[in-house]
Each structure stands twice: as structure tokens, then as C-alpha cells.
Design a protein around this ligand. Sequence first.
Ligand code: FES
Length: 95
Amino acid sequence: MNDDLPFLDLNEDRKLVFVSFGGENMHLPEGANLAAALLGTGVLTFRNSAISGAPRGPFCMMGACYDCRVKVAGETVQACMTIVRAGMVVEQADG
Ligand code: FES
């Protein structure tokens, strides 16, 4: 878990690594907060509500709301509690 302020990670001079999100290739800063890095590329929908179908994205950025859920290599995780690693395959979470 990364306890640093998530958006400050994006300002650091980090190596960019390949990450796939929903089949789209992107380069994100290695070791940065995944939710912050995805938001920084313009990704706003991390999943859709199972009840209403409404788009959901990060809200609290501290592991409390679970609105940032995504799948990494098929496992559901909280993007705001996950760091960017080279070669990650990320997809929208179910519901
Ligand atoms: S943004 Fe709330 S748990 Fe990740």
C-alpha cells in the first residue's frame, strides 16, 4: 500500500511503463497510485453500478468508498490502494 498523497506521485520524475486499461494501451508512471494515474490520463469510469448502470470512479482516494474498483489480471482491487506496475492488465470491475 502506498501511503503518500496519490496525486503527488504524478509529479515525480518516474519511469513510464506500459499498462493496458480496457484494451487501450497507455503509459503510466511506475510506482504511482493507479487511480490517480488513470484519472490523469482522462479515465473517469472505473466500473458501472450493478444497480443503475451509472458510471463510477474514484471518490475518496483512501480505500473507504470502493468506487474505484477495477480488475487487475482478473482480480478485483481498489485502484486507489494499488500501485502501477509494468505490464498491468486493468479492466473495469463488474458492478
Ligand atoms: S476511491 Fe474510494 S476506495 Fe478507492
